[in-house]
Design a protein around this ligand. Structure first.
Ligand code: MN
Length: 244
């Protein structure tokens, strides 16, 4: 099993989540929201081979943390995974879009210089701008759009640009989410929990909840559990070999 976008460091007891991951044999991309959080979050996963820690600066707080971009640059060679980064054009965050863009462009430039990375990208209500920005930094690496919720046209543009997608419990619950998933190339789909932000059964989503996503992907793709597993594992294997 795979969870390609989980905020392990934001659960009340991160070690308990890591224990659960070990027990269930799940591979996890542990994303962070500020460069300052990276060292401590990375230390959590020490000795746990299936967990990788991504260096991030979340668009919802980027405008308050531009001073951490120099720390980002110092840490960028420590990991090949970057996330959570991106842009958020929601009404309450639109006023900070310029600062968000400054952070995102800086991160993409820094990642290009470092040889290209694998990204977990937030694009809520800023899909076109995220894609425009990615297009300006073609050497930044491989973008994985997490919880993509744009239009089908925007999705097609993302597909044409070579983006990957991580699909979570919230996406497979909605009709519009499911129809987006149907359009995604099967071999560029990964799973995510986005816990603890996403809720499942009235509690914080856990990495193991990607099992629900897998079942739904099987239904959308009209494939058996085994076939679905194989596709997801192959994709995971492919993306892990990319990036520097
Ligand atoms: Mn997230």
């Amino acid at each position: 099993m795979i969870d390609f976008h989980c905020h392990i460091d934001l659960y009340p007891d991160p070690n308990k989540i890591i224990e659960l991951c070990d027990k269930s044999g799940i591979y996890v991309l542990s994303v962070t929201t500020t460069p300052k959080a990276w060292a401590k979050t990375n230390a959590l996963s020490k000795g746990h081979n299936r967990i990788r820690t991504a260096l991030g600066l979340h668009p919802q707080i980027a405008h308050e943390r531009l001073n951490e971009l120099s720390l980002f640059d110092r840490l960028v060679s420590e990991t090949k995974y970057i996330g959570e980064v991106g842009l958020d054009g929601s009404p309450e965050l639109k006023q900070h879009l310029q600062a968000q863009l400054q952070a995102f462009e800086h991160i993409l430039k820094s990642s290009s210089r470092a040889g290209g990375k694998i990204f977990s990208i937030h694009s809520r209500k800023a899909e076109n701008l995220v894609l425009d920005t990615l297009a300006s930094f073609p050497d930044a690496g491989v973008p994985v759009l997490h919880w993509f919720s744009g239009t089908k046209k925007q999705l097609q543009r993302a597909i044409d640009m070579g983006c990957w997608f991580s699909v979570g419990p919230a996406m497979i619950r909605s009709v519009s989410g499911k129809s987006l998933v149907q359009q995604m190339p099967k071999d560029r789909v990964l799973m995510e929990s986005d816990g603890p932000f996403v809720k499942v059964f009235n509690r914080a989503a856990l990495p193991t909840d990607t099992e629900l996503v897998k079942k739904e992907l099987g239904l959308i793709w009209s494939l058996t559990g085994k076939e679905t597993d194989q596709i997801l594992l192959n994709s995971f294997d492919t993306i892990c070999k990319l990036g520097h």
